[in-house]
Every structure is written in C-alpha cells, then in structure tokens.
Write a protein that binds this ligand. Structure first.
Ligand SMILES: Cc1ncc(COP(=O)(O)OP(=O)(O)O)c(N)n1
Ligand code: 3NM
Ligand code: MG
Length: 229
C-alpha cells in the first residue's frame, strides 16, 4: 500500500487511443446520455463526430436490458469506426466483449480491471472511475488501467456526485504516472480551462455536447479552442 508520496513507475503500455505521447493537447471524450432512441441518436452521434475532433465515445446507458445495449452498440460502433473514434461501453466488460467495443469504463463497483483485461485482451482500453482519490488512481494504475478518471469537477445534473476534486489532482497525477487522466463532471467550454491547464489528457462530457442549443456538432466544436485543438 502506498501513501501517495512514492513515484509509481507504472507501465506505460496501454491502448494507443489513451496513450500519452509528448503531452498532446487535451482531447475530447464524449459520453452518451443515459437514455437514447437509437435511430435518432445515431444521427446525433454522427453530427457530433463531424463537428470537430473527438478522441473517444462512451455509450453509457442506464436501466436498459442487455439486448438493447447490444443493439445500440451494433448501430453506433460503426459510426465511431468511420470517424476513427474509440468506442467504449460503460460498466459492463462482458457486453463490451460481445459488442466488439474498443474498451470499457469501470466504476468502483463495476468489477475488477484485471478481470476486464482477461476478457477484453491487451489492446482493449480500460478506464476506471477514481472520484477524488489519489489512492484509487494509483490502485487503478497498478491493476493495469489504461486511464484514470477524476470527477466530478463541477456541479452536474447528469450524475449528481458529492465528490469534488480540485484540478490539482490532475497535475499531481501527471507528475507520478504516464497513464492518461480524464476529467469529468459538469465540464463545459466555459469552465474547462483550469482543467486543461492542470493537465487533463481528456475531458469527458455529456450535457455540454448533447444539450448544446445549436446541436451536438456545435457542442463539440465549442470545445476546440479551450482544448488547444
Ligand atoms: C470517463 C468516465 N468517468 C467516470 C464515469 C462514471 O463511472 P461510474 O462511477 O461507474 O458511474 P456510472 O457512469 O456507471 O453511473 C464514466 N462513466 N465515465
Ligand atoms: C458519468 C459521470 N461520472 C461522473 C463522475 O464524477 O465520475 S460525473 C458524470 C456525468 C458527467 O455529465 P456532464 O458532462 O453532463 O456533467
Ligand atoms: Mg459504472
């Protein structure tokens, strides 16, 4: 068990999508709304990915039968592939495997990273929710995650969270690990600058893209300036 002071020489071996080269500009990681109508959402996703650079998309459906999640994956994965965007599934490594997803995002109660790795293989991109915890992040790195996610940095109605990490946790992480870090929670183009400046490799967003008044393409485009793209 570490107390957070030791330098953790974590293995930089991870999926190319989340691999940190020489500090590239912060990238956009778009997460779906928790409920979608697949046929309509497919058009929204296409519009988002045509709006500007997106590194990864996560399908995050809640309270949906497995068969419907797989049907949504079958419809949406090809759109991500056509735009060279990684497709990750939230929560379920087994469904990610069945769907042929590029990876999975695991919360603290969504199963082990090593189990997901055994199921999905070395090329899969496996992320872990770490809230505001340095310990959880180091644990995720030691267990072989491809990225760690900290949040919620701001108030959010999408997934209310009592955790509220300071941007400094992102800076700390970049000084002790080569693994990319993702920032999530209430992030918009207007409040993203301190998150980017602190060292986030990705900002993960839901409402800022899908609820943009001019549509999801404009939502993605609105991040370009602040992400340094
Ligand atoms: C990129 C990213 N970060 C955090 C989460 C939250 O995951 P989790 O804690 O498992 O909560 P749910 O999203 O499952 O409600 C995420 N999905 N993606
Ligand atoms: C899915 C999720 N996870 C969070 C965490 O803190 O782990 S916050 C969050 C919701 C993010 O949605 P929006 O960009 O609309 O605020
Ligand atoms: Mg989860």
């Amino acid at each position: 068990m570490t107390n957070g002071d030791e330098l953790i020489p974590l293995d930089p071996g991870f999926g190319d999508r989340f691999a940190r080269q020489a500090r590239p500009a912060c990238q956009l990681y778009v997460v779906s709304p928790p409920a979608i109508v697949v046929a309509e959402f497919a058009d929204h996703l296409r519009a988002a990915l045509q709006g500007g650079p997106v590194a990864a998309f996560q399908l995050r459906l809640k309270d949906v039968p497995d068969a419907d999640v797989l049907r949504a994956c079958a419809a949406l994965l090809p759109i991500c592939q056509a735009h060279d965007v990684a497709f990750l599934l939230n929560d379920r490594a087994d469904l990610a495997k069945a769907a042929g997803a590029d990876g999975v995002h695991l919360g603290q109660s969504d199963g082990g990273i090593k189990d997901a790795r055994a199921l999905l293989g070395p090329e899969a991109q496996i992320g872990r929710t770490c809230h505001d915890s340095r310990h959880l992040a180091m644990e995720a790195g030691e267990e072989g995650a491809d990225y760690v996610a900290f949040g919620a940095f701001y108030e959010t109605t999408t997934k209310p969270s009592h955790y509220r990490p300071a941007p400094e946790i992102l800076t700390w992480w970049t000084t002790i690990s080569q693994l990319p870090c993702v920032a999530i929670g209430g992030i918009t183009p207007a409040n993203a600058a301190p998150i980017v400046a602190a060292g986030a490799d990705f900002v993960a967003v839901v409402n800022a893209v899908w609820q943009h008044p001019d549509g999801p393409g404009a939502g993605v485009r609105a991040f370009e300036a602040v992400l340094g793209g």
